[in-house]
Ligand binder design. Structure first.
Ligand SMILES: [Zn+2]
Ligand SMILES: [Zn+2]
Length: 143
């Protein structure tokens, strides 16, 4: 990793008041260079394959910390498992009802402020998930 990339990762952590540690940098680098929605076990596996293993307890702890500080997102997988989102940009999801594929999509959302109850809340975020059937599953159904 180049010096400037490392600096950027450190700033990422410091901006959110997080102490910069070696495991956190390693994890953040993984998120910046990987696409998808992974379980902690899958992340552990990937890091091990990349020759950058992290103890599983450290991994769990830091994933939670990142999530609590809004550095990474969480999505619920097909079987109800928690998956961590490597896409650090705000986005919505499109989920295939048949194979469970989860696609990151950009939606221009309408005004989602509540009309009746809740109108006086300060809304800080919204999550939209669309369900459908992916092209692969459509092709399979057609054949
Ligand atoms: Zn599908
Ligand atoms: Zn996503």
């Amino acid at each position: 990793m180049s010096g400037s990339a490392l600096n950027e990762l450190q700033h990422h952590l410091e901006r959110r008041g997080l102490r910069v540690t070696q495991p956190r940098l390693r994890l953040l680098e993984f998120f910046l260079h990987t696409e998808g929605h992974f379980t902690p076990e899958e992340i552990s596996e990937r890091l091990r394959e990349a020759g950058q293993p992290l103890p599983i307890a450290t991994l769990y702890q830091n994933l939670r910390t990142f999530s609590e500080h809004g550095l990474i997102g969480e999505v619920i997988g097909r079987s109800g498992e928690v998956r961590y989102d490597t896409n650090l940009m705000p986005h919505s999801h499109l989920r295939c009802a048949q194979c469970g594929t989860l696609l990151d999509i950009i939606l221009s959302l309408p005004d989602l402020r509540p009309q009746g109850p809740g109108h006086d809340w300060h809304i800080t975020g919204a999550r939209v998930e669309l369900q459908g059937v992916c092209p692969d599953c459509q092709a399979q159904a057609a054949s």
